[in-house]
Design a protein around this ligand. Structure first.
Ligand code: ADP
Length: 596
């Protein structure tokens, strides 16, 4: 199970985890094997070419210049040119192949994660906040792109370069190899230290980026409330703190890199100086040739660069591994509300029956529903009323199988909802949420959310069924009117009409409604009421009610209090009971609507 908190902890991987992840990556990269092999071949060519250039220079100096053999010198020059061209051409080819493979891998991964997110149930989205999921798809994928684009190959080429260059050095001269390796311990020790420090610094940066992002997100989503209560200064102060600590973390990581790279550079200079000094002395004594000394000076970078690259890569690998780990855990999270392997279609119609239902939200201490049983006959209307937090919405959601209960069951026409095929479930039972959410696109597109293959005629029929044809006909573009993101152009009432039309398009046997708590403007209010009435006609309805008018129309009323059904009956029966409901009805009569 993956958690949203504790960034630094979740960013650390054990060796076993790292191995599993690597295995899965290779499996996922299977389709790109050809490009990977080509890339690997390119690495081999560029490594060999890079290493052979100094050897050719050596030949040019010793056999050409010093032995005064023009032929040998010319050959060296030509060979050198060829080898350098090879390095360049294959280097570019490598770039193309590595990038293509890397991006293709990320494309496949993004799609897999997105699809998996779409399959998840409400419970998943309770656990994982949208911001965190967005971070999975952006920041985590981003932190991997470095690895898949360059990292893996750089790792390979650095390792190859290191091994091959030592071999070449040893072949040329073991004495000079010892000289070349003199500064190695300093480099290796500082690289290890750098790798540790920078990894720690990196984790801190990430953690603070996360904190800063949450501060930002909260600042944006709550801006209305903040401004209403003139809390801008306080919010700014908080953001300033998290921003400053992010700055400090960045500074620290820059400091670490600064001294490390200075040291690496100095080691390089020192090694060259030692090579020229000691090598020159060797050459003077005739132990090695001048060409060999020059070749060694040139080869030093092939020896030192990989050490530096490998230590830097460690962090890339570490962060990519952590990102992959989180992405894989999304890929692995089985949707809780899923189709049973022997699922059956729900019957066309039937009684909706809740038996001994108990449900606790993940992480909650108290159950939101505690042993609830209730029945709604075909075409009957059930209103759920009660104080805020009593469990009304939860019951409504379970009756539409947006969640699965921990104990007890919900049946439609005698079939347990957990045993129903998803298609038949969504066809029979439609949920109309409190806020009609609109997607970018036209009104028509927004209705098609309910049924992708609906024809224009069916869409028009659905709008007609709720009596909203005239309303949308007023728009210049009619049903082709773009609703813009989040429906900023449609009024709340119009959004509600779209939501109701969506349900009409599904033409379900059961409607689960969460009635809007706020008042609409009187003009559209009447239209929405009318649309609702038409939509409810002939269907079984479960409505989380906030208005007296809605409750009075219901056949049965269930008063939910403290996760249980406290009272059950018709409006008049419950009034006569003079309990919770009677009290609630009196309050409603005073204010016409409730705010619960
Ligand atoms: P009502 O609709 O009666 O206002 P709900 O069914 O929304 O009440 O909530 C019942 C209880 O479950 C409340 O204590 C609420 O805080 C809790 N709850 C509701 N939704 C969630 C959720 N997604 N995750 C955790 N707890 C929740």
């Amino acid at each position: 199970m993956w958690q949203t908190g504790g960034v630094s902890e979740e960013d650390k991987l054990t060796r076993a985890q790292a191995r599993t992840i690597l295995g899965r990556v290779f499996k996922m990269a299977e389709p790109f094997r050809k490009s990977m092999i080509i890339a690997f071949a390119c690495v081999m060519v560029t490594t060999s070419a890079t290493l052979s250039a100094p050897v050719i220079v050596r030949h040019g100096i010793d056999a050409g210049i010093r032995a005064k053999d023009t032929g040998a010198l010319n050959l060296s020059v030509v060979l050198y040119l060829i080898v350098v061209t090879f390095t360049y051409v294959f280097g570019r080819l490598l770039f193309v192949f590595v990038n293509r493979t890397g991006e293709s891998f990320l494309r496949v991964l993004r799609l897999a994660v997105f699809k998996q997110m779409q399959r998840q149930s409400m419970a998943f989205y309770d656990r994982n906040k949208a911001g965190v999921l967005v971070a999975r798809m952006t920041a985590d994928i981003e932190s991997m792109s470095e690895l898949v684009q360059w990292g893996l190959l750089q790792f390979l080429s650095a390792a190859l370069m290191l091994v091959f260059s030592i071999v070449v050095l040893l072949i040329l001269s073991w004495q000079l190899t010892i000289v070349a390796l003199l500064v190695m311990p300093v480099l290796v020790i500082s690289s290890i230290k750098f790798q540790r420090d920078s990894n720690r610094a990196y984790l801190t940066v990430r953690e603070r980026v996360g904190a800063n992002l949450s501060a930002l997100q909260e600042g944006i989503t709550t801006v209305r409330v903040i401004q209403a209560y003139a809390q801008e200064d306080e919010v700014n102060r908080k953001f300033k703190i998290s921003n400053r600590s992010l700055f400090a973390a960045h500074e620290k990581s820059v400091r670490i890199s600064t001294w490390y790279f200075a040291l690496v550079e100095f080691s390089g200079v020192l090694a060259s100086a030692l090579m020229i000094g000691i090598g020159g002395w060797f050459a003077h004594r005739g132990t090695v040739t001048l060409g060999t000394v020059v070749a060694f000076v040139l080869l030093l970078s092939s020896l030192f660069d990989p050490v530096q690259q490998l230590s830097q890569l460690y962090n890339t690998v570490q962060s990519a591994g952590a990102a992959l780990n989180k992405l894989f855990s999304i890929l692995d999270s089985k949707p809780e509300v899923d189709e049973h392997h022997s699922a059956v279609d729900l019957p066309q119609t039937g009684e909706l029956k809740v038996s001994n239902l108990s449900f606790t939200y993940a992480g909650a201490e108290k159950p939101a529903l505690d042993n609830v049983s209730i029945k709604v006959g075909v075409g009957e209307k059930l209103a759920l009323v009660g104080p805020t937090g009593a469990g009304k919405s939860t019951l409504a959601k379970l009756m539409a199988r947006l969640y699965d209960p921990q104990t007890g069951k919900v049946e439609f026409g005698g079939v347990d909802l957990t045993m129903a095929t998803m298609d038949s479930l969504r066809e029979r039972i439609a949920v109309v949420p409190q806020e009609g959410f609109l997607f970018n696109g036209s009104i028509r597109d927004n209705l098609r959310i309910a049924r992708a293959n609906a024809t224009d005629a069916e869409i028009e029929a659905a709008i007609d069924a709720i009596g909203a044809t005239d309303h949308f006909a007023q728009f210049a573009d009619g049903l082709d009117t773009e609703v813009r993101e989040r429906g900023s152009r449609l009024s709340a009432g119009e959004r509600q009409l779209v939501a109701l039309a969506r349900a009409a398009l599904v033409d379900p046997a059961v409607l689960v409604l969460d009635e809007a708590t706020s008042n609409l403007d009187p003009g559209t209010e009447a239209e929405v009421e009318h649309a609702l009435e038409r939509l409810m006609a002939g269907r079984t309805v479960i409505v989380v009610a906030h208005r007296l008018s809605t409750v009075q129309r219901a056949d049965h009323i269930a008063v939910i209090a403290d996760a249980k059904i406290a009272e059950f009956g018709s409006h008049s029966e419950l009034l006569a009971l003079n309990g919770h409901y009677a009290e609630l009805a009196r309050a409603w009569q005073k204010s016409h609507t409730v705010t619960s």
